[in-house]
Design a protein around this ligand. Sequence first.
Ligand SMILES: [Zn+2]
Length: 84
Amino acid sequence: MTSKSTNDKPPFWVTGIKTDPDGTHRYICRYWCSCGRVGRHYVAIGTEEIHCHVCGLYIDVEPAVDTDGPPIRNEHGYFYVAKG
Ligand SMILES: [Zn+2]
């Protein structure tokens, strides 16, 4: 047995952070929409709202952990949460 399967995952699966071609970091955000959709977005620091992939509703984004510094992951691995 090896841990090869771990190496096959894209880095952002592990880190929760995507980097855009222009160098912007986007952090994983869990959202719960009032339409019943539960999903995830990757958001840049300072993003105030995201939209539901299903119904298009805009939902306010909040830090998963209160901090004055860089985003911190909560116990579920999310940097931000949004509840519609
Ligand atoms: Zn929705």
